[in-house]
Design a protein around this ligand. Structure first.
Ligand SMILES: NC(=O)c1ccc[n+]([C@@H]2O[C@H](COP(=O)([O-])OP(=O)(O)OC[C@H]3O[C@@H](n4cnc5c(N)ncnc54)[C@H](OP(=O)(O)O)[C@@H]3O)[C@@H](O)[C@H]2O)c1
Length: 263
């Protein structure tokens, strides 16, 4: 592995069809890593591989055991072992708690917690000694936001899950990545505009809305750089990373938030 790039690393990115995961996977390929890109949408994965000029697309829904088995077959065939596993999977129903149904809770926990566990469990036999495992969490865990309570609760559970894996597998290097507002991604695509406006007003009033978003490519570049540096030093763990915009909080809508609402 060469200095400060992922050249030569065997990397599995799950959630590689969109947003931050897509940007991380493309960048990793361009740096010379051997990359498997997984998510549910095959066409989007193929597009990402085409843009990267390499990598292997493996359509898989990590909520399904059979898909995880297929993904692991691809890992064994294409990578052999995994040096870096990145889970960028995440879904968020935007709902006030009074409107949040049991089905919403099941959906968000099935994906953000249970499926992530299924993925880690499936990957375990294929992880190289001192492999890095990054799971993307959210600043909403420590900064509760109106209409995202179920999502934040699932990410809090994900963080406990990471701690559990770390306790039982100290030989792995598990990183909780706390992510701040990043745009454009598909994360908020299903958010209902009226409720989003109300939520953003409330986040602004409580000092939780920042004037600028990070771009997924910026986040990917920073995260891949940290991974590349840590790959050189298997004796160094990166337990926690927080990536956020250094911009000031906004009291009312403005700048990037206005643009996002008008998209
Ligand atoms: N964007 C933000 O502002 C922000 C802030 C804080 C935290 N985060 C966290 O950062 C991570 C990435 O966010 P993002 O904004 O890049 O999200 P995104 O654009 O919505 O991408 C999410 C990815 O997860 C994949 N995915 C969802 N369900 C899946 C499943 N069951 N099996 C396999 N793949 C699945 C999606 O692909 P398919 O639909 O093709 O399966 C997609 O590739 C998420 O964990 C999110 O919670 C984001």
């Amino acid at each position: 592995m060469s200095d400060r790039t992922l050249a030569g690393c065997r990397v599995l990115v799950v959630g590689a069809s969109a947003g931050i995961g897509r940007a991380m996977a493309i960048r990793a390929v361009k740096e010379g890593a051997d990359v498997l890109m997984a998510a549910r949408r095959a066409d989007r994965l193929e597009e990402a591989c085409a843009e990267a000029g390499g990598g292997h697309a493996v359509p898989a829904d990590i909520r399904a055991d059979a898909d995880c088995d297929r993904l692991m077959e691809a890992v064994r065939d294409r990578l052999g072992r995994i040096d870096v596993l990145v889970s960028c999977v995440g879904v968020a129903p935007m709902r006030l708690l009074a409107d949040t149904t049991a089905a919403d809770w099941h959906r968000v926990f099935d994906t953000n917690v249970v499926a992530t566990h299924r993925l880690l469990r499936a990957c375990l036999p294929s992880l190289a000694p001192r492999a890095m495992v990054l799971c993307l969490s959210s600043e909403s865990v420590r900064q509760p936001r109106t209409a995202l309570a179920a999502y934040a609760t699932s990410k809090a559970a994900l963080e406990r899950l990471i701690e559990g894996w770390r306790a039982e597998h100290p030989e792995l290097r598990l990183t909780r990545v706390t992510v701040g507002a990043t745009f454009p991604t598909e994360f908020g695509d299903g958010f209902e505009a009226g409720l989003l406006t109300r939520a953003l007003n409330d986040w602004s009033a409580r000092g939780l809305a920042q004037a600028e978003f990070m771009a997924p490519e910026e986040v990917a570049d920073v995260l891949n750089g940290v991974i590349a540096a840590a790959c050189r030093y298997p004796g160094v763990c990166v337990d926690d990373l927080t990536v956020r915009s250094p911009s000031p909080v906004v009291g009312t809508f403005g700048g990037a938030i206005d643009e996002a609402l008008n998209d």
